[in-house]
Design a binder for this molecule. Structure first.
Ligand code: FAD
Length: 399
């Protein structure tokens, strides 16, 4: 459905992306769920559709002039919501931009954005000893002449195998904690950088998830995103420095939340279609007393999904308008991740045999949905961040 609150340009984006999702992604959804780790060759068509949308993506760039219009972030959320209505795994597998690109746009300088902004960039934060607690990473970056030397292991990196480059979080000095964490751009093919293995997964099987090894991996000095080489000892400057790295999440969380909304909408649409085949039609105008239990359940889910959607659009719009959006980004991610899980499982339940069968995609939606409430910060971590902001507590006060 075209969203009435969006400006015309974004409504057009929504329409085009939905068509691409329906006619390019959906027909190959099951094929690549089964053929895990096989690159989806049909995705080239999608790139052409995305190129046709290029104009729309430029509407706000980084300098939105009008507060009524969204910029690059809102455009991205709307595009990927529609794409993920088609298929989340395939969306993540498309040759194009990844979560690392959002990181480049959040912390890179103008030169870095121009150089790498349009390459396919994965994002590597998680390590065997650091998941939710991302400030605990052990991958090191040491300056040697005009090169950084990276050493460490990153796990569960989405697009880690197929991407062109990876944004890698590393510490300049582990004993200095989070203030010493920086992100670096490492190109595929750099000596010392290798893909160790691919994961087999519950959902989003069309996308690759890789373990990456950095062993004496030397990259140019200018590949430090944002270019901040010195570690601040002053507490306020240090907070700002880590805040810079964390800004990545303010940018990427609305994106992941948008994916959850697209998936939730897909599950509801498919459920309605299956119910209609059985002769159940939704009666929106009628009194609650005349609704079946299933009808009222579906309406509740729709209302929750719309609440999440509006929250997520707001968090992206704030980013476009250079407003601090950490709280809203986490609220949107928590709400959308949770409701995406709830809707997709409820839809399996409502359609029961058809929901559970591989004849339809509902069972797949429920498997794909779980990751959207895990990566870029789990449900519990988003709630923690929101609680800190609402209560005015630091990460030391509330762990
Ligand atoms: C398919 C897939 C793709 C991924 N893609 C990427 C990627 O592209 N890049 C990347 O860097 N990472 C990626 N990840 C990793 C993902 O971000 C982490 O799995 C996630 O951050 C959670 O970390 P963890 O698995 O170590 O769980 P843990 O941090 O060990 O958490 C385990 C459980 O404890 C809860 N918990 C932890 N701390 C607290 C707390 N303080 N309060 C309350 N509850 C808490 C968590 O919510 C969770 O439920 C991916 C993971 C998967 C499964």
């Amino acid at each position: 459905m075209i969203h009435p609150l969006l400006p015309n340009q974004l409504q057009k984006t929504q329409e085009t992306m939905r068509m691409a999702a329906e006619f390019i992604l959906r027909p190959i959804s099951r094929k690549y769920d089964k053929a895990e780790h096989e690159p989806p060759v049909e995705m080239e068509q999608l790139n052409q559709a995305a190129a046709a949308q290029k104009k729309d993506s430029e509407i706000g760039d980084d300098s939105v002039k009008s507060m009524d219009l969204g910029g690059r972030n809102l455009w991205a959320v709307i595009s990927l919501e529609q794409m993920c209505w088609g298929d989340v795994g395939l969306f993540l597998a498309r040759p194009g931009t990844g979560l690392g690109n959002a990181a480049i746009m959040a912390v890179g300088d103008n030169e870095q954005k121009a150089k790498w902004g349009k390459r396919w960039a994965a994002m590597a934060i998680t390590e065997p000893g650091a998941g939710s607690d991302s400030k605990n990473i052990s991958t090191t970056a040491v300056l040697d002449g005009d090169e950084w030397v990276l050493d460490g292991e990153k796990i569960y990196v989405t697009d880690g195998d197929r991407c062109d480059c990876v944004v890698v979080w590393a510490t300049l000095n582990k004993s200095m904690g989070k203030t010493a964490i920086r992100s670096f751009l490492v190109e595929k093919g750099t000596p010392g950088f290798s893909v160790a293995r691919l994961e087999k997964k519950l959902g989003i099987r069309a996308s690759d998830t890789a373990t990456l090894i950095f062993d004496n991996c030397r990259i140019p000095r200018e590949n430090l995103l944002g270019g901040k080489e010195e570690i601040e000892t002053d507490i306020n400057a240090a907070k700002k420095s880590f805040g810079g790295a964390m800004q990545t999440f303010d940018n990427t969380r609305p994106m992941v939340a948008g994916m959850a909304i697209g998936l939730g909408q897909a599950a509801l649409d498919m459920t309605r279609a299956l119910l209609a085949e059985e002769g159940y039609e939704q009666n929106y105008g009628g009194s609650m007393h005349h609704q079946t239990a299933i009808q009222s359940e579906l309406e509740m889910l729709e209302a929750e999904l719309e609440a999440a959607r509006l929250l997520v659009y707001k968090s992206a719009w704030m980013m476009d308008n250079k407003m601090p959006n950490s709280k809203e980004a986490s609220m949107g991610k928590a709400k959308a991740g949770r409701i995406g899980n709830k809707i997709s499982l409820k839809c399996v339940e409502i359609c029961s045999m058809q929901g559970f069968s591989e004849d339809h995609l509902l069972e797949k939606f429920s498997r794909d949905s779980k990751i959207l409430d895990i990566f870029e910060g789990t449900q519990q971590i988003q709630q923690l961040i929101v609680a800190r902001q609402v209560l005015g507590k630091s990460s030391q006060d509330l762990k």
